[in-house]
Design a protein around this ligand. Structure first.
Ligand SMILES: Cc1cc2nc3c(=O)[nH]c(=O)nc-3n(C[C@H](O)[C@H](O)[C@H](O)COP(=O)(O)OP(=O)(O)OC[C@H]3O[C@@H](n4cnc5c(N)ncnc54)[C@H](O)[C@@H]3O)c2cc1C
Length: 438
């Protein structure tokens, strides 16, 4: 730490060109502040991976009508939730007009979507520096105490009034300054995803959608070989995004690798027909924050704030995985808070605390609170095996006529419970916990 004061090169340095970083940079530039956006990838999006369903309401507030101009793939008009066993599946399929509004949820491919966001920031006056990795923070002693005053990248130093850490789930910057401890493994998941190209008409036939409509499948059970987590299958215009998200502690406990589980998922007899004939054009693996509200720790220090997944902002409710909209929501709160702190000439932790207040008032923290019990609930192992078996057994007995006398539904259900590892007591206890958590 040095004590020499020097003029800042920019008002704000934003590190990370994902949704959190680009939107923060855009909104700050709109306030007339000088902003640099530093991204280690050759271009924004080059190093990013995401399942791909973006809940768009908050982005529409930043860029009204974004769904008409941004590179979005399809509007999600159908949500399918599936319990999978080794050879069968039970699904709940919701398709509906109310979902057709384009800002509700769309699929995006990050290699196209992130550059679009960064271009909007550049248009607003942000100076984009791609292909540069920030190595460390510059800190100085000031009369107000130790303060972040810039970043170091290789031999170069850049100084600013405020640094924004938008560097994703691993956030080296937040950890290097002690803002975030290494999360426990049950708060982290590993995501493996592939993009599988298929002709547009094939996708529309297989998923029963047309035009720019799309489907999002959330799958639990045998797709993860009983490991906590789930699978997803989303339609893009001429490709599918398919992947698994696996809780790290459970993956290790089962002695499996993520690649192994993903291979099993791709070849599952229920999934394979959707992918048949497709070609894998993109493949990657990435960590995902899964701890919900518990992962949101300290996000402000003197001269620096933390946004997006760097701040632990994701919600996995089992039915939906959300990170991008929360990242954008935190960007909106951060831009307001930083703007106010700079205007008041107080970028100490006290001045920048305005960001935390705006975040607490926003849908981001409200939704994290609503789903605060979800991570614990989703740790129950029955979710990933026994319930799928129970449901599949019940429906098999309802639909299979094998010559023996038929039984009423109540008796069929009783038989299914007798065969299952789930007791009625488990069902009531999990049902009650689920209703309160999800
Ligand atoms: C398999 C998978 C499926 C997912 N599915 C969904 C989904 O369907 N919907 C959803 O909303 N969310 C989903 N998520 C979560 C979502 O991807 C993240 O929450 C979101 O990307 C967070 O945005 P961000 O801007 O905070 O961080 P990121 O998008 O991770 O961006 C961080 C950026 O910082 C850059 N960076 C990192 N370190 C440095 C450095 N030292 N110097 C310079 N640049 C740096 C990186 O290259 C990157 O571009 C999924 C995640 C995974 C892994």
């Amino acid at each position: 730490m040095s004590s020499a004061a020097a003029e800042p090169d920019f008002d704000v340095i934003v590190v990370g060109g994902g949704p959190a970083g680009s939107v923060t940079a855009y909104l700050l530039a709109q306030q007339g502040l000088s902003v640099v956006l530093i991204e280690r990838g050759e271009a924004p999006g080059a190093k990013n991976l995401s399942g791909g369903v973006l809940y768009g309401r908050v982005l529409d507030e930043v860029f009204p009508g974004f769904a008409q101009s941004a590179p979005v793939e399809r509007r999600i008009t159908r949500h399918v939730t599936t319990f999978l066993t080794g050879d069968s599946s039970v699904s709940l399929d919701y398709a509906g007009g109310p979902l057709a509004e384009p800002v509700n949820a769309v699929t995006v491919l990050r290699a196209r979507f992130d550059p679009w966001l960064a271009e909007r920031a550049e248009e607003a006056g942000v100076f984009l520096m791609p292909g540069v990795r920030v190595d460390s923070l510059l800190r100085e002693d000031t009369p107000a105490g130790p303060q972040v005053v810039g970043v170091r990248a290789g031999d170069d130093e850049l100084r600013a009034r405020v640094v924004v850490a938008a560097d994703g789930v691993n956030s080296f910057l937040a950890r290097s300054i002690g803002l975030r401890p290494q999360p426990p493994t049950h708060h982290l998941a590993v995501g493996v995803k592939a993009v599988v190209s298929l002709p547009r008409t094939v996708i529309e036939d297989r998923f029963a959608v047309s035009g720019d409509q799309g489907a999002a499948h959330a799958i639990v059970g045998d797709c993860t070989l009983g490991i906590g987590g789930g699978g997803f299958l989303y339609t893009n215009t001429e490709s599918l995004s398919v992947g698994v998200v696996l809780r790290l502690d459970d993956l290790v406990k089962h002695g499996r690798t993520a690649a192994e589980v993903f291979e099993h998922y791709l070849s599952h007899p229920v999934l394979e027909p959707y992918l048949r004939g497709g070609e894998i054009v993109e493949y990657g693996s990435h960590l995902v924050a899964e701890g919900g509200l518990e992962m949101l720790g300290q996000i402000v220090t003197g001269g620096m704030v933390v946004v997006g997944e760097a701040a632990g902002l994701t919600i996995n409710s089992g039915l939906t995985v959300r990170g991008m909209d929360l990242a954008i929501g935190s960007a909106v709160a951060a831009a307001k808070g930083i703007g106010e702190a700079i205007a008041a000439q107080d970028v100490t932790a006290t001045g920048l605390a305005a960001y935390r207040r705006h975040l607490d008032e926003s849908f981001v923290v409200k939704d994290l609170r609503t789903y605060a019990r979800a991570p614990k609930f989703l740790e129950r192992p029955r979710m990933y095996g026994a319930y799928g078996e129970l449901a599949a057994g019940l429906f098999r007995d309802v639909f299979r006529l094998d010559g023996s006398p038929r039984k009423h539904l109540a008796a069929v259900a009783r038989d299914s419970f007798r065969r299952s590892a789930v007791s009625v007591r488990d069902l009531v206890s999990d049902g009650w916990a689920g209703v309160r958590a999800l």
